[in-house]
Design a protein around this ligand. Structure first.
Ligand code: SF4
Ligand code: SF4
Length: 236
């Protein structure tokens, strides 16, 4: 097992793979933070004290097709990006394993609890811990460079990695309220903690039926939350 410093390990992961590419990669300790991990992987995850958060930016052009409702173009893109994230997570887990560590890639988009729309863990929560952004009014992770237009995946590992969130600059939506105006059901409020998940989930189910898309997606509040349009521009 390698005895490299945490910072060197992170650099190895950043340099260690090129295909498929990710736009952002960071790490965090999770054993010193409160994080929800699904019971199905809780035991295997217990000794894995670190998490790698990876993100792939969505295509702005594809998101422009989402004007009133999710489109098939967006649906296909969403699935493609999730697949690319899973491939990248697999590649990173492989690097960790070859260096003698244990690594558990968490699926980018696998719903385990359909009532509360929960997966194995919250990728956006891990991304925030790794300093990749803040919880936006739209209940998504807002990255200072790319806004909410990023999808994330996570790799849990026992490879020592730096806690990048500790040195991340403070972010926040500031005066921006773009997403509030475009949500068709008023799920987005001024205070991110007041986000109405039930209203949002109900609308995703309606879109799934009305647009005949076999997935719970929307994209309206994503489209207006590109990094260059957000009030605060914080680059990680
Ligand atoms: S659109 Fe503006 S208010 Fe909404 S999440 Fe993005 S930055 Fe925050
Ligand atoms: S995903 Fe759609 S329904 Fe949900 S908060 Fe965003 S705009 Fe509203």
């Amino acid at each position: 097992m390698s005895s490299q410093r945490p910072e060197n390990n992170l650099e190895t992961l950043r340099k260690g793979f090129g295909s498929p590419p990710v736009d952002i990669l960071s790490s965090t300790r999770i054993d010193n933070k409160e994080i929800r991990i699904d019971a199905s992987i809780r035991e295997i995850a217990r000794p894995l004290r670190y998490a790698v958060s990876i993100g792939i930016r969505l295509s702005s052009a594809v998101l422009e097709t989402v004007q009133r409702s999710p489109t098939w173009t967006y649906y296909y893109h969403y699935r493609t990006v999730n697949f690319a994230l899973d491939q990248a997570a697999l590649a990173i887990a492989g690097i960790c394993q070859r260096m003698g560590y244990t690594a558990l890639p968490i699926p980018a988009s696998q719903v385990l609890d359909w009532d509360r729309l929960l997966g194995h863990l919250s990728h956006r929560e891990v991304g925030a811990m790794a300093g990749l952004g803040w919880k936006g009014r739209n209940n998504l992770l807002v990255n200072g460079k790319y806004g909410s237009q990023v999808r994330y995946a996570t790799i849990l590992t026992d490879m020592p990695l730096p806690d990048c969130g500790e040195s991340a600059p403070e972010g926040g939506c500031g005066e921006c309220k773009r997403c509030i105006k475009v949500c068709p059901v008023g799920a987005i409020k001024e205070d991110p903690d007041d986000f109405d998940l039930d209203k949002c989930a109900a609308q995703l189910r309606r879109f799934s039926k009305s647009e005949k898309i076999n997935s719970l997606i929307c994209g309206l509040c994503l489209r207006v939350c590109g990094g260059e349009k957000t009030e605060k521009t914080v680059t990680y």
